[in-house]
Design a binder for this molecule. Structure first.
Ligand code: ATP
Ligand code: MG
Length: 356
């Protein structure tokens, strides 16, 4: 049971619903997570990520739906019956115990023979580089060290499923970047299915094999980070992914021709769709300033050090443009914006779904 294997930790969720009072936090979540996958749950605050993770852990019972773990129905199984380990955002370490006792606690609960515990604890602590701190208590550690202790306590049992709820959010920016690299390395070395909750897109994009985008209690899209970034399934995902996300504008489509007001350009290939209104999406880095294009008035420019983020008024809409080099513009200066036709995304104005 404690052996890592390539086929452990397969999860399915089918039609999971969960309400708190009259508020429906999960509105029918379907999900397939494969063995040994690093899977991120990404979405804005309140979208249902933690609730989903708690359903996976058995800390929350769904009102409707089924969860399986390696083909067994575990919908109503207690947390202790699932062989899962969870790292909470606030770490939830026992303050009165040493790190050694904290990390060894799950082994003690599992009835692992006493003489085997110190070796297993040391091994887990070494994996997260805190084996020199085992005699200390949590209060005598930095935030980053406490976070490692919580990780070590979770991995010491080699769980079937490793669940992490925003595990880096209490660390400073520099440490977050370092720790996320180590976490990815650790997950690879452990070969354990990992579900990772974050509202930080960059974190999800860099760390996950695949991710689910949560919006408002539903999963809006599942895919690799590249798939979600390059081909958002609908306007809502498009308007969420990217920092800043895609510009979304009202336009008109006729064959290859897209028009936004008086500005028109041709797509590389015609879209099989009768002429009519469309929603046009384009990322800030796929717009250039040119002689000809969409007239825009500068609202505010932001110097990001290595690049510029320009905010333009276009009619009643705001358009963001990212330029690779720092340059100077005066507020209210009028320029023309040229869209890169190869990077334009189109969506149906009624349903919001992607048009390919
Ligand atoms: N125990 C509870 N009682 C009442 N409402 C709850 C409870 N747990 C969660 N909710 C509500 O359910 C919704 C989803 O919560 P959840 O914690 O899953 O969001 P989240 O995506 O993890 O957000 P965040 O990024 O802020 O952690 C929220 O609106 C939240 O207020
Ligand atoms: Mg949460």
């Amino acid at each position: 049971m404690n052996q890592a294997s390539d086929n452990r930790g397969r999860v399915t969720l089918r039609g999971i619903r969960k309400s708190f009072g009259s508020f429906e936090a999960l509105k029918g979540v379907d999900l397939d997570i494969e063995a040994v996958e690093f899977f991120a749950l990404l979405g804005p605050s309140g979208s249902g990520k933690t609730t989903t993770l708690r359903v996976l852990a058995g800390l929350e019972t769904p009102d409707e739906g089924v969860m399986t773990l390696d083909d067994a129905d575990v919908t109503y199984a207690q947390p202790g019956e699932r062989d899962v380990a969870m790292v909470f955002q606030n770490y939830a370490l026992y303050p009165h115990m040493t790190l050694e006792a904290n990390i060894g606690f799950p082994l003690k609960m599992d009835g692992v023979p006493k003489d085997q515990i110190p070796g297993l604890v040391r091994e887990a602590a070494a994996k997260v580089k805190i084996d020199h701190l085992l005699h200390r208590r949590p209060g005598q550690l930095s935030g980053g060290q406490q976070q490692r202790c919580a990780l070590a306590r979770a991995i010491v049992r080699q769980p079937r499923l490793f669940l992490l709820d925003e595990p880096l959010s209490n660390l400073d920016a520099q440490l977050r970047l370092e720790t996320r690299v180590e976490l990815k390395k650790l997950q690879r070395s452990l070969d354990v299915t990992t579900v990772y909750v974050t509202h930080d897109q960059e974190e999800a994009m860099t760390i996950a094999d695949r991710m689910a985008v949560f919006l408002d209690g539903n999963i809006a899209q599942v895919g690799t980070p590249e798939e979600v970034f390059n081909t958002p399934r609908n306007v809502d995902v498009a308007a969420f992914i990217g920092s800043p996300p895609m510009n979304i504008l009202k336009g008109h489509l006729d064959g290859t021709k897209v028009s936004i007001g008086d500005y028109a350009f041709n797509l590389p290939a015609a879209v099989a769709r009768s002429p009519g209104e469309v929603v046009v999406g384009i990322r800030p880095s796929h717009i250039a300033i040119a002689q000809e294009g969409l007239p825009a008035s500068l609202y505010l420019s932001e110097n990001l050090g290595e690049s510029m983020l320009l905010n333009f008024d276009v009619g009643d809409q705001l358009v963001k443009v990212r330029l690779p080099e720092v340059c100077r513009f005066a507020d209210n200066e009028t320029v023309r914006l040229k869209f890169d036709p190869g990077h334009v995304h189109l969506f149906d104005p009624q349903s919001g779904t992607r048009i390919d």
